[in-house]
Design a protein around this ligand. Sequence first.
Ligand SMILES: *[C@@H]1O[C@H](CO)[C@@H](O)[C@H](O)[C@H]1NC(C)=O
Ligand SMILES: *[C@@H]1O[C@H](CO)[C@@H](O)[C@H](O)[C@H]1NC(C)=O
Ligand SMILES: *[C@@H]1O[C@H](CO)[C@@H](O)[C@H](O)[C@H]1NC(C)=O
Ligand SMILES: *[C@@H]1O[C@H](CO)[C@@H](O)[C@H](O)[C@H]1NC(C)=O
Ligand SMILES: *[C@@H]1O[C@H](CO)[C@@H](O)[C@H](O)[C@H]1NC(C)=O
Ligand SMILES: *[C@@H]1O[C@H](CO)[C@@H](O)[C@H](O)[C@H]1NC(C)=O
Ligand SMILES: *[C@@H]1O[C@H](CO)[C@@H](O)[C@H](O)[C@H]1NC(C)=O
Ligand SMILES: *[C@@H]1O[C@H](CO)[C@@H](O)[C@H](O)[C@H]1NC(C)=O
Ligand SMILES: *[C@@H]1O[C@H](CO)[C@@H](O)[C@H](O)[C@H]1NC(C)=O
Ligand SMILES: *[C@@H]1O[C@H](CO)[C@@H](O)[C@H](O)[C@H]1NC(C)=O
Ligand SMILES: *[C@@H]1O[C@H](CO)[C@@H](O)[C@H](O)[C@H]1NC(C)=O
Length: 524
Amino acid sequence: MASTSPSAGPFLLLLLLLLGCGQRAAAGTEELVFAEAKGEVTLTCWNVSAQAVLVEWFHGEPEAIPILFSSDDRLPSDARLSLVENSALHISGLRLQDEGNYTCKEMLLNETVHRHRIQLLVTSGPEKVDVNIYPTTPLPNGTLYAKKHDAINFTCTSDSRPVPKIEWVFSPSSSGPEVFTEVNSSLTYFVLSPMMPSYQGNYTCSATNPRTGHHKAVTQELLIYYPPPSSPRCWAQTSTENSKQVQLLCSWPKGYPHPTLQWTNKESLNWVINATGPADTSMATLDGSQRLHGKEFVCRGSHIVMEKANQACTVQLEGPSILSDGLRSCFIGEAVTMTCELTAGNPLAKITWLRNLSQPETEIRSGGRFLISQKGNVSTLLIQNCSSNSDSGYYVCKAENPLGLREVYIYLTVNDPVNIAGIVGGIVVFLLLVILTFSGFLLYFGPHLCLKANILRNQDAGDILVLVDSEEGEVLMETTEDCALQQGIALANGHSTWSAKGPRAEIPDEIVLEETKGEARPST
Ligand SMILES: *[C@@H]1O[C@H](CO)[C@@H](O)[C@H](O)[C@H]1NC(C)=O
Ligand SMILES: *[C@@H]1O[C@H](CO)[C@@H](O)[C@H](O)[C@H]1NC(C)=O
Ligand SMILES: *[C@@H]1O[C@H](CO)[C@@H](O)[C@H](O)[C@H]1NC(C)=O
Ligand SMILES: *[C@@H]1O[C@H](CO)[C@@H](O)[C@H](O)[C@H]1NC(C)=O
Ligand SMILES: *[C@@H]1O[C@H](CO)[C@@H](O)[C@H](O)[C@H]1NC(C)=O
Ligand SMILES: *[C@@H]1O[C@H](CO)[C@@H](O)[C@H](O)[C@H]1NC(C)=O
Ligand SMILES: *[C@@H]1O[C@H](CO)[C@@H](O)[C@H](O)[C@H]1NC(C)=O
Ligand SMILES: *[C@@H]1O[C@H](CO)[C@@H](O)[C@H](O)[C@H]1NC(C)=O
Ligand SMILES: *[C@@H]1O[C@H](CO)[C@@H](O)[C@H](O)[C@H]1NC(C)=O
Ligand SMILES: *[C@@H]1O[C@H](CO)[C@@H](O)[C@H](O)[C@H]1NC(C)=O
Ligand SMILES: *[C@@H]1O[C@H](CO)[C@@H](O)[C@H](O)[C@H]1NC(C)=O
């Protein structure tokens, strides 16, 4: 910023000389003069009388030191010295060793008539300012970076005569500058600990020569780096522009600067997939195909301040698979629901419902008597006001992702209410048979604590109906954990959650949907 301007030298010198005049000791025999190194100075032997015959100059005390210069034509030993107006001593190319006490003696006929002493102080600098911020690492553009939480020592040194005034000024990126330290010394330091992102900014050390006002400053940009706090996260999604393309996404946010993220194929790790993305996210696009099924992709992240090995996350692609009801039935005028659950698929598959009455199959959309809803991975098709001629037949649940598609057919029977009695009777007989078989089966294969407990507690027909009718009945037997949960629920509700639905047993399918979905789903 500020530097020693060479043209200012002589002017300043003059000023200093005048200043020196003002500071002359009252005795009239002593004087203090400042002059800048490499510059020049004229030391005046004040009050030399007009009759002066001889003026002698000494560096030091006249008694102790040989004569430096005299006006009686003796040649100076040093070419930098000259006599001005027969009495003043002029020194050019000032050096630091020129500093000291000068005495001039006015001689009149072998007799000293006057003596004047001048103390010359040579000022210099600041020539340079050295800044050391430790521990830090330089970036190619000269900017330094420090790690968050480290203790950083900011040291600044400068050479100047007399001792400089040094100050550290911090200019954060956001707000105005603030002075950290200000000392009259050639070295100053301060320690910031722990380093925080808010300490990022420009640090300026400036040194000022208190005598000459000459000023020099060095500014150092310091960045505070820190790695992302968590691990990178990977996922796959279907491209919004092209439903046949898979997008692999990898995100590793909240680090500074942004990390480097690289997608690779797990089988050939050095084959890097081209990826784009803003900063802390990397996106690779692949053309979807059956061949990608089961393939794993790895995203590796690295960060400049992480000593540890790279962090990685993996994504495995798979085609969709679904689980659905096979058969459904409804009564004319009533409502019926069909469900279809996604059990696999990465990227997440999209579920659509189709009717295969016509060719090509037509997609069913929500509206009128149809309502399609999706909750989590389960898509539900609700048909209100069943009518026998138009609604019965095959329905298709289709799950599709860029790797492929899966379809499941569901057959809907629409029953005439006239036959209810017969149907119900048939069902009841059938179910009783099944119950008997089932109970025998249980007794034979040894007690399964949970099921036994449930059966013993809930002895009314409604409960047993549900247990048996459930299409996911096998799930109930899977783990004792599930049993415990169900028992807990049964106990909490006093009597039984299932028996509460007892009166609706004539539409058992509905109960199955509501009861088994919530509690007995495996936690995959
Ligand atoms: C020079 O002499 C005058 C009187 O002649 C005196 O007032 C003045 O203080 C002297 N200056 C110095 C520097 O001795
Ligand atoms: C010059 O004189 C002053 C007193 O006037 C003294 O303090 C100083 O030490 C002297 N300097 C040298 C180099 O002799
Ligand atoms: C000056 O004085 C010295 C002794 O004090 C003497 O030797 C010398 O001759 C004198 N010079 C003159 C020019 O008077
Ligand atoms: C120096 O490089 C770093 C990292 O590339 C950047 O953040 C910073 O702004 C650069 N500084 C200057 C002054 O160009
Ligand atoms: C900071 O650095 C300076 C110069 O290297 C050193 O003298 C000082 O002891 C250091 N201070 C701390 C607290 O490390
Ligand atoms: C430091 O100063 C330079 C130049 O004025 C500026 O471009 C840069 O953004 C500053 N750095 C910070 C972190 O404020
Ligand atoms: C530095 O010296 C100047 C005068 O030389 C004085 O005014 C100032 O208070 C001093 N500063 C410190 C921090 O000692
Ligand atoms: C990846 O990018 C490079 C250049 O950016 C290009 O030459 C290459 O064909 C790309 N590879 C693929 C598979 O897109
Ligand atoms: C949906 O299925 C996917 C696998 O296809 C699974 O990762 C996800 O956790 C499931 N979501 C819910 C809410 O069950
Ligand atoms: C409807 O689905 C059934 C069962 O797969 C199939 O046999 C029948 O051919 C399909 N009908 C039409 C019109 O596609
Ligand atoms: C059910 O359908 C019948 C005939 O299609 C119609 O008359 C009746 O209004 C419908 N009821 C509802 C609730 O939509």
